[in-house]
Design a binder for this molecule. Sequence first.
Ligand code: NAD
Length: 268
Amino acid sequence: MDLKIAALQDLVLRSRCVVAFTGAGISTESGVPDFRSPGSPWMRNKPIAFEAFLKSGEARNEAWRRKFAMDDLYRDAQPNRGHRALASMVATGKMTAVVTQNIDGLHQASGIPDDRIVELHGNGTYARCLSCGERHELDEVRPIFEATGEAPLCALCGGIVKPATISFGQAMPEEPMRRAQALARTCDLMLVLGSSLVVYPAAAIPVLAKGHGARLVIVNREPTGLDAIADLVINGEIGPISPFLGPHRECRGDPVPLSSIFSGFPRA
Ligand code: NAD
């Protein structure tokens, strides 16, 4: 393990544009269970697919009921050592951005600016209208849901309001996907933390990075779907490994500006 940690530190030190790719495993130390490990509460019920959410008021109510029940379990989750290590790498310019499959908002809570986080599966800390895109806060939705048993419709357009996460069967958000792809094409090191790497199209991002010449490092408790193409695989807990990721007071050159990666994108 010591040799692997040394190899990790060396790769990080020699890289100028590190991009993290995180999954549910980075948040387990915060008390939020991952998706596939045994006993996962996320697997207890059959997921409600996007089409069912659109078509059936009953499915929507059930989705909201489950959502608030899960929120109650994990509302006090705070960023952990893994989140903080990445925040430190972003703050020093060593890490360009974090691409995450997570929906828990813990990367933002660790202090990483919004424009350095790309959320592939949305964010469960707020909701959006599916028709006009208006953001709705859960604190507004919940009392209405609890009083009526139904989530409110959008006050602006009357559209269906849904947690701002990507459901099974729902199209991936275009702009985050394009941003993640741009980051994958331009990074020189992709650091995967806590993902089984079996959920596609998200897992195609590390494949793309590798295909464009980046080194690929995977830190995960157990084997993943992409170990075969990785330059370094560390099977271990993210928390104890995190201190070895930084701090990086000296970067090689200036931090890579996002404008050079996202040129031509509608907003920074
Ligand atoms: P996953 O559950 O498929 O894989 C997580 C991996 O992390 C597992 O292989 C597990 O062994 C590993 N792991 C767990 N704790 C770890 C630790 N402390 N250190 C090292 N490894 C650890 O999750 P995924 O690949 O992210 O895909 C699941 C999907 O479910 C994602 O799309 C995600 O949006 C969603 N999800 C998100 C959250 C969250 O936001 N926190 C939680 C559950 C599910």
